[in-house]
Design a protein. Structure first.
Length: 243
């Protein structure tokens, strides 16, 4: 049986690579994930990424696909990556809902703090925040939660005149600080009702009416946002007790 890896047992770099593989594998929708692709994602050399993945393979957290090149999380690796993401999400909830930081700031600070808090503090944060199953951007904290929640539709695929509710800002979108800041400023957060005003392939744009008026997005960033047509069950969206 593989050894369980608590996030605090892993270096900051190893945590970053596991999260990057988790995000990239999800964004690939079944496509191939390579060390070179992760290197581009993290802004490092392919050699550096390959060396880190050799260590993660040796630790039983990552393995290769049938062709020997594709990368994927093992069961232990997925559990470790989910644990890291859970700690990251709890810190983000604390910083956004209690401390009052913006989305982009809280994401940056959570990256610094996610490997530093103890299991005791993690458990108290979880209790204080009402045991969230999603991060502030609506992404499921672990694979089990993801299976229970609707997948949603890409915002970029919605036609003009349709109404929808924002379900989540995908993890890939979370890595664009400018996009996060824009969405937050326009009130485009999970649970927000929207109406699609215009969609243009030729202009590569989508205009919508949201809680704070009109917003315009390119179709590529709009593809990183998942929505549910019409109104959605409020129970899908977490709120922090007392906030």
């Amino acid at each position: 049986m593989p050894r369980r890896h608590h996030p605090r047992d892993l270096s900051a770099a190893a945590q970053e690579y596991l999260l990057a593989l988790r995000v990239t594998a999800g964004a690939a929708d079944g496509g191939r994930v390579s060390a070179a692709g992760i290197a581009r994602h993290l802004g490092v050399t392919t050699q550096a990424a390959s060396e880190m993945f050799r260590r993660l393979v040796a630790d039983g957290l990552v393995d290769h696909g049938p062709d020997g090149r594709d990368l994927r999380l093992t069961t232990a690796g997925r559990a470790a990556a989910d644990g890291i993401f859970r700690r990251h999400a709890l810190i983000e909830w604390l910083l956004t809902s209690v401390v009052g930081l913006g989305w982009a700031e809280s994401d940056e600070e959570a990256m610094r703090l996610q490997g530093a808090i103890s299991p005791r503090v993690e458990a108290r944060l979880d209790e204080m925040l009402g045991h969230p199953e999603i991060c502030p951007h609506g992404n499921p904290i672990d694979a089990a939660t993801a299976k229970r929640r609707p997948a949603g539709t890409r915002l970029s695929e919605m036609d003009a005149g349709r109404r929808a509710t924002i379900l989540r800002i995908t993890e890939e979108a979370e890595e664009d600080a400018g996009l996060l800041s824009y969405l937050e400023a326009r009130g485009l957060r999970p649970g927000a009702p929207i109406t699609i005003l215009a969609r243009s392939e030729s202009l590569d744009s989508l205009t919508l009416d949201g809680p704070i008026g009109r917003a315009t997005l390119g179709l590529r960033p709009a593809a990183l946002i998942r929505v549910l047509p019409g109104e959605a069950d409020p129970a899908l969206f977490h709120t922090v007790p007392g906030s």
